[in-house]
Every structure is written in structure tokens, then in C-alpha cells.
Design a protein around this ligand. Structure first.
Ligand SMILES: [Zn+2]
Length: 239
């Protein structure tokens, strides 16, 4: 059998073990990254809400001072009503009604704005709680990840040593090809032809002639679809 191929298969097995060994750590790392991203989103949203809260509060200030102005004028009108001649009174009364209506509308608006501001306040405090919670979780997961790293380190070192030994057995062009495919094909560089005559890696149909060549186990065959090395399935099952 083709020597390089034999070693490449061994190499893939070691790489699979390394992948397995580090997968929990990798998942935890992904989880931590997701949580960090979550915090970024929350912080961004928080900034927006604070800006909104400030704008609404300023609106409320404006309405409140308008109300005060109107009330001052109303007081003055009341004095006028008491003092002015009868002929003028109807006119003043109309003005008073208008002012009172305005105050009523402004009051309603102030109430609405107050509710809105309160709603935003509680939303912000909810966000703050979430941020604190997520930060705590990140700390816990990071600690776990460090522990995992420590416990798998020895095993990992052993596998790396084995890997180096195997790599020395493989001629450079083949090793380079293997490593390149590992990089671009999610850690699987060696695959087989399925019973239906498809590449297990990319599901492209493998021409019959190539299938026969793969079965002979004595050549380096590459899938045209994904570039993975095609080997007889029996070689992969063998321990
Ligand atoms: Zn393929």
C-alpha cells in the first residue's frame, strides 16, 4: 500500500482525537464569545435608551414650564375678570377656557411622558441586571475553560508528539496538501466513497473508474469536488 497514504490516515486519526479533546473547550470559548457579543448589544441598546430618556425628560420639562406660564396668565385673567367692565368679561372668559384647555392637554402630555420615561428606566435597569448576570457567567465559563485546558494539556502534548512523528513519515507535498485541506474543509482531509458512489465529504458523484482506483488502495486519489483525499472505507475503519 501507498506509504504516505497509510501515514496520512494515521495523521487524520490523531487530528480527530485532538479535535475531540479540545471540542468542549472550543464550545465554551464560542459560548463566551456569544455572551460577550450579547453584552455589546445590550450596552448599545442601553446607550440608545438613555438618549431617548433624556430627550423625553427635556420634552417634559418644556411642557411643565408651559403649564406654569399658562397658569400665571390664568391667575392674571382671574384678576381681570374681577376688575374689568362687564363688556370685556365674555372675551376674557373665552380666553380663560382656551388656556384651561391647553393646560389640560399639556398635563396629559406630561403624564404620558412620565409613563414613557418610567418604562425606559425600568428597561434600563433590566438591561443592567442582564449585563451583570452575563458578566458573571462569562467569568464562570472562563474559569471552566482554563480548568479544561489544564486537564487536557498532558493528553494534548502526547498527541502532538505522536503527530510530529507521523508527519515525518509523510513526504512534504502530500503533507502540505493534507494540511491545506484540513484548513479549508473543517478538519476533515480524508474521506471515502459511499455505497452510492458519492464523496462522503462533499456528496459529488465519483466516476466509476476513480472508485475502482480507490478500492485498489495503492494510489493517492483526490476528490475533484472538495479536494479531500479519497480512501477505501475499510482503511478508515481499521484501528
Ligand atoms: Zn469531495
Amino acid at each position: 500500500m501507498f506509504e504516505d497514504l497509510k501515514w496520512l490516515i494515521e495523521l487524520q486519526k490523531i487530528d480527530n482525537q485532538i479535535y475531540q479533546l479540545t471540542s468542549e473547550e472550543r464550545n465554551t470559548e464560542n459560548m463566551i464569545e456569544r455572551m460577550k457579543h450579547e453584552i455589546e448589544e445590550l450596552t448599545l441598546n442601553r446607550v440608545k435608551l438613555i438618549r431617548k430618556q433624556r430627550e423625553l425628560s427635556e420634552d417634559r420639562e418644556t411642557y411643565s414650564s408651559d403649564i406654569l406660564d399658562h397658569k400665571r396668565i390664568l391667575d392674571q385673567k382671574q384678576i381681570d375678570l374681577d376688575n374689568d367692565k362687564k363688556t370685556k368679561k365674555e372675551h376674557i372668559k373665552r380666553e380663560v377656557k382656551k388656556l384651561e384647555k391647553a393646560v389640560e392637554v399639556f398635563d396629559e402630555r406630561v403624564d404620558e411622558l412620565t409613563q414613557e420615561v418610567d418604562r425606559i428606566k425600568s428597561e434600563i435597569s433590566e438591561i443592567d441586571k442582564n449585563i451583570v448576570k452575563t458578566e458573571k457567567k462569562i467569568k464562570t465559563e472562563s474559569r471552566k475553560k482554563t480548568e479544561m485546558g489544564k486537564s487536557s494539556l498532558k493528553e494534548l502534548e502526547k498527541l502532538e508528539k505522536k503527530k510530529q512523528k507521523i508527519e515525518k513519515q509523510i513526504r512534504t507535498p502530500f503533507l502540505n496538501h493534507y494540511n491545506r485541506i484540513m484548513r479549508i474543509r473543517n478538519g476533515i482531509a480524508i474521506t471515502y466513497v459511499t455505497e452510492d458512489g458519492l464523496c462522503e465529504g462533499c456528496k459529488i458523484h465519483i466516476p466509476y473508474q476513480l472508485q475502482q482506483k480507490v478500492k485498489l488502495q495503492d494510489d493517492y486519489n483526490i476528490c475533484e469536488g472538495c479536494g479531500r483525499i479519497l480512501v477505501d472505507i475499510k482503511l478508515l475503519n481499521k484501528k
